[in-house]
Structures are given as C-alpha cells and as structure tokens.
Design a protein around this ligand. Sequence first.
Ligand SMILES: Nc1ncnc2c1ncn2[C@@H]1O[C@H](COP(=O)(O)OP(=O)(O)OP(=O)(O)O)[C@@H](O)[C@H]1O
Ligand SMILES: [Mg+2]
Length: 184
Amino acid sequence: MGSAHDSVGGAAGRIPASGAADRIPAAMPVATAEDMRALGQRIAAALRAGDLIVLTGPLGAGKTTLVQGIGQGLDVRGPVTSPTFVIARVHPPLSGGPGLVHVDAYRLGSVAEVDDLDLDASLEDCVTVVEWGEGLVEELAADRLEITITMPGAGQPGEMRRVTVAGIGERWASAADPRVVPYP
Ligand SMILES: Nc1ncnc2c1ncn2[C@@H]1O[C@H](COP(=O)(O)OP(=O)(O)OP(=O)(O)O)[C@@H](O)[C@H]1O
Ligand SMILES: [Mg+2]
C-alpha cells in the first residue's frame, strides 16, 4: 500500500520542466515542496501585469511555497515569506517584468479590499497573489486564476499535495493563453 502510494507521489507526480507539457494541467499531484516551486515557475511564465491569482488551501498546504516559485519565475526581489505581520508585501521586479504583490487575506474580508491597501505599487503593474484561507470566498474579482491546494494524504506519511488550476473570466478564456486551462 505504502509503495503504491509512493510511486504516485514520486516520479509520476513530477512536473515536467518543458516541452508540450508547458500547458499547465487543470489538476495535478505535486510530490514535494521543490516541485511546488517548480510549478510556480511554470505558472509565472503565463502571467502578466495586472493578473490576480487566488490561492486557496488549508493551513500549511503549500500556498507560500507556490508563491516562492512564482516569485522566482517572475524574477522579483525576495525572499517570499509568509506575510504574517503584514497583510501585503511588494516584491519589485529585478529584470523589467511585473512586480509581485503577495497578500495574506487571513485578516481581509474580501479580495476587493486589496485595492484599498495603501501599497507602494500599482496593481496594474504587478501580479497579485492572494493567499486565501479555506472558506473565505466572497466577492472575488471577475478575472482571476484560481489555484486550490489540497492535502489528500493529511495525517499520513508523505508530502503529496493536489493542485487544481482554473482560469476564470475573459482574461483566461482559452484563446488568451493556451497554457492555462479555462474554467471549468
Ligand atoms: N508537496 C508539497 N508542496 C508544498 N509544500 C510542501 C510539500 N510537501 C511539504 N511541504 C512543506 O509544507 C510546508 C508548507 O508551508 P507553506 O507556508 O507554503 O503553506 P501555506 O499554505 O502558505 O500555509 P499558511 O496557511 O500558514 O499560509 C512547507 O514547510 C513545505 O516545505
Ligand atoms: Mg502561507
């Protein structure tokens, strides 16, 4: 039982680095934190200034870990860490692309409030990633990339996560970027 499960979480769950597989699947297993960062880098390649990503998942699911990969992919100033004592952190670009605004929505009532934060950056010039705890789903923006992380093996040995990616709204309609699967 253990070894069969491990094979799913091992090589089979690895994210291919390039090629046709650059299309990000709608749902995938992610075996390790390192793979989660690699997935973030791949997602970053599909992002542009003004994009909003809403990251949902339970405590310790790997949301910040995914944002670290997105930050690497966008080539922004790090480090990307859990914004525990601040609601949002701005990571300026290092090489001319969009910056990264990393928001912990734990204390926000809705994504709409991100606009009201007095950030030292314009959201139109940045990719905004909001870490959203489970159960906080009201008032989401019309265009968003919704990424959900679950922990199917919680309570068992292993680090497997399951990630689903859905592009919602005009921005992510299939023609806009074939690398991201539109919703549903
Ligand atoms: N497959 C995996 N994907 C992502 N993280 C993993 C995985 N396996 C183990 N981990 C570990 O799980 C932890 C995830 O922590 P992280 O801070 O990214 O979660 P989070 O969802 O942001 O938590 P919080 O709800 O507190 O914001 C890290 O220590 C990471 O190394
Ligand atoms: Mg976090």
